[in-house]
Design a protein around this ligand. Structure first.
Ligand code: PMV
Length: 319
């Protein structure tokens, strides 16, 4: 039996993180330069039901039965067995790798789950539909933090820019005029679960203020969608800057993120903001093509550990 492999991209959130957990719209786009990959090979000499898992990035090299059931990789595999009603799979080996920065707001957890779910279900002869892949990956996301909006598993599964509202059917965005983004990495890991938890506590303590912030972010996401779909992406700049200011108000930025955002804004970016859970991880800057090099250099000078320059179009983000 040939090896079955599947990959899934990273992602960034263009507008709307955190508010999306509370029902506001958000826009996310896949980042295809970074990928998670899962490869399944049959183990013809292994006993039926035996599954070996290798994830060298995290030092995992173990039998599935010896791994804690409630951690992400075993959970992704077992969800596929449950979905397909398989109690005793043919013996196989799964190898998982990813070059998506972890705990950096780029969806590495969702991407790894989606790659595993696709590769394992493909190996078992029942490749799952996108809707099911996304739903299973959402179950794994719930382990990362209790109240995920579902935006990460959705954008990573469909690999297209999405306008996402929690609990509603997904809407893929049409992008008549592609636009350039630079992603700048602070190099600081930050747990989305912790930051989402802190926002929840702050919301519980002052619902009026937080709901006003979330609603303002939601209006920005709706406005961004209009600009993108009418082919005026340069107009997104002020809106992205306002989104960053609202994320500061929510308490999810950090001095390092603010430094990169300011550096981008001062070196010719049309707009800049943190992207993802915040307190670390990545920020994004909207740039005109002629300013890509300038802004990338300014980000490195302001402390970014690396930058990715991208073009967002209908197929997501590409070099
Ligand atoms: O996984 P991250 O760090 O990109 O964060 C996802 C976006 C949040 O809105 C902060 C959480 C969520 O579930 O939508």
């Amino acid at each position: 039996m040939p090896a079955i492999s599947a990959s899934a991209p990273g992602k960034i959130i263009l507008v709307g993180e955190h508010a999306v957990v509370y029902g506001q719209p958000a826009i996310a786009v896949p980042v295809t330069q970074v990928q998670a990959k899962a490869i399944v090979t049959a183990n013809i000499s292994g006993d039926s039901g035996s599954v070996w898992v290798q994830a060298p990035d995290i030092g995992m090299d173990s039998s599935l039965s010896d791994l804690p059931k409630n951690s992400a990789i075993p959970k992704s595999i077992n969800l596929v067995f449950d979905e397909l009603g398989i109690a005793q799979p043919p013996a196989f080996k799964l190898r998982v790798t990813a070059d998506i920065p972890k705990a950096a707001g780029m969806g590495s957890g969702a991407s790894i789950s989606v790659a595993i779910i696709r590769a394992v279900s493909g190996f078992l002869g029942s490749a799952l539909a996108d809707e099911t892949v996304s739903a299973l990956a959402y179950e794994v996301e719930k382990m990362h933090h209790g109240t995920p909006s579902g935006i990460d598993n959705t954008v990573v599964t469909y690999q297209k820019p999405v306008y996402f509202v929690r609990g509603q059917p997904i809407e893929l965005l049409s992008i008549p005029n592609p636009f350039n983004l630079i992603i700048g990495n602070t190099g600081i890991s930050s747990s989305t679960a912790v930051v989402v938890g802190d926002v929840r506590k702050a919301w519980e303590a002052d619902k009026e203020t937080y709901e006003a912030i979330f609603a303002a972010v939601g209006s920005l996401a709706a406005g961004a969608r209009r600009l993108i779909e009418t082919g005026e992406p340069e107009g997104l700049g002020p809106l992205i800057n306002q989104n960053h200011a609202l994320l500061i108000d929510m308490g999810v930025s950090s001095p390092e993120l603010d430094k990169l955002v300011n550096a981008a804004q001062n070196s010719g970016a049309l707009g800049a903001k943190l992207s993802g859970g915040g307190r670390g991880g990545n920020m994004i800057a909207l740039v005109q093509k002629e300013n890509v090099v300038n802004v990338a250099e300014a980000l490195m000078a302001a402390g970014a550990i690396n930058t990715i320059s991208t073009l967002v179009g209908n197929e997501g983000v590409s070099r």
